[in-house]
Design a protein. Structure first.
Length: 75
């Protein structure tokens, strides 16, 4: 699981290269079978900024609230 913001940020800082513009890539990715766009509630966005250390991922609070296992997340 990764947020649209995180994909766009990785492209912005040069850690991810896509074959098309980010908007096009996201539109294609979000229409892929089995892909689900989750709501990002304000409370979750705020909680993501209060994670310990250098752990900065927007989806972590959402996963924690849904008792889902936390996957690896890049800094």
């Amino acid at each position: 699981m990764i947020s649209c913001w995180e994909v766009a940020k990785l492209v912005e800082i040069g850690r991810l290269e896509l074959p098309v513009e980010i908007e096009t890539w996201l539109a294609i990715a979000l229409n892929y079978p089995g892909i689900e766009l989750l709501d990002l509630m304000p409370r979750i966005a705020v909680e993501a900024t209060t994670l310990p250390g250098n752990f900065h991922c927007l989806f972590t609070p959402k996963l924690r609230r849904n008792a889902a296992p936390l996957p690896f997340c890049s800094k």
